[in-house]
Design a protein around this ligand. Structure first.
Ligand code: SAM
Length: 240
């Protein structure tokens, strides 16, 4: 009989600016967040990437390692449907799934050796810093891009569009953001892209003004922000 359990090991880990799950975009390529897949010693062999440079994009297969201990659920809350309506787990991209496997197509920025370790550079990640990567495959447009594929939930307007809120930086924190940007030049653009998508829980999106102050961690900075009249304002920056 075919076995029903199989061993799996991480081929490496990815480094990303996202230090906590909150505020990570819902899918890849919604913000141009960069990531570096650092291969584990058993896979750290330059031959593994031979020929990958001809592909503009790659699939990253990974484990939702921060949620593995929570197990899976047959039906899950769907942020796309406002946060309260549920969908079957296999009709969703929820992290609470059997085997906890995630998949993201991201831009291939090439490989090199960083600090003595074989590293693949990518862009457009929706992965938490430290996420275990279980496989990398080239994205094949002739097979993977399906121009006639449909998503009636979006087409029938049942799904909420990805928010695109205005983001402002309070003048009192602008200097600190400039300082942080001298270390991470992509940080201001990344921060704006992440906050414009309204990282608040989906059920709070209808609150055009929200009394709560929220926090998100990008690179080694904690950002405090509020939402007033549908405008996100960054009101604090602290080094983590
Ligand atoms: N593109 C992938 C997919 O479809 O399989 C991931 C989609 S999932 C909805 C994206 C969310 O996964 C992010 O917003 C983040 O909160 C969460 N996430 C990312 N990395 C994770 C990890 N290592 N463990 C648990 N949750 C993670």
């Amino acid at each position: 009989m075919t076995p029903s359990q199989f061993p799996l090991s991480a081929i490496g880990h990815i480094q990303t600016p996202f230090k906590q799950k909150f505020a990570i975009p819902r899918q890849p390529n919604l913000a141009k967040a960069k990531g570096q897949v650092v291969l584990a010693p058993d896979f750290d062999d330059p031959r593994v990437f031979k020929g990958l440079e001809v592909f503009s994009h790659v699939w990253l297969l990974f484990l939702f390692h921060e949620n593995l201990d929570k197990g899976w659920k047959p039906s899950v809350k769907a942020p796309r449907l406002g946060g309260n309506a549920t969908l079957g787990v296999f009709a969703s991209r929820s992290t609470h799934r059997p085997n906890g496997i995630g998949m993201s197509a991201v831009k291939n920025l090439g490989s090199d050796i960083v600090d003595g370790k074989l590293t693949l550079h990518v862009e457009g990640v929706d992965l938490l810093d430290g996420t275990p990567i279980i496989d990398i495959k080239p994205y094949l447009p002739y097979a993977d891009a399906l121009p006639h594929a449909s998503d009636s939930m979006a087409e029938l307007n049942h799904a909420a569009p990805i928010p695109n809120l205005e983001v402002t930086i309070n003048p009192l924190v602008q200097n600190m953001l400039n300082e942080a940007a001298s270390q991470h030049p992509d940080l201001p653009t990344l921060l704006t892209a992440v906050l414009a998508q309204d990282p608040r829980p989906a059920y709070r999106h209808k609150l055009l003004s929200d009394e709560k102050t929220y926090h998100t961690a990008l690179y080694n900075y904690d950002f405090a922000f509020t939402v007033k009249n549908s405008v996100v304002e960054v009101i604090g920056i602290n080094t983590l």
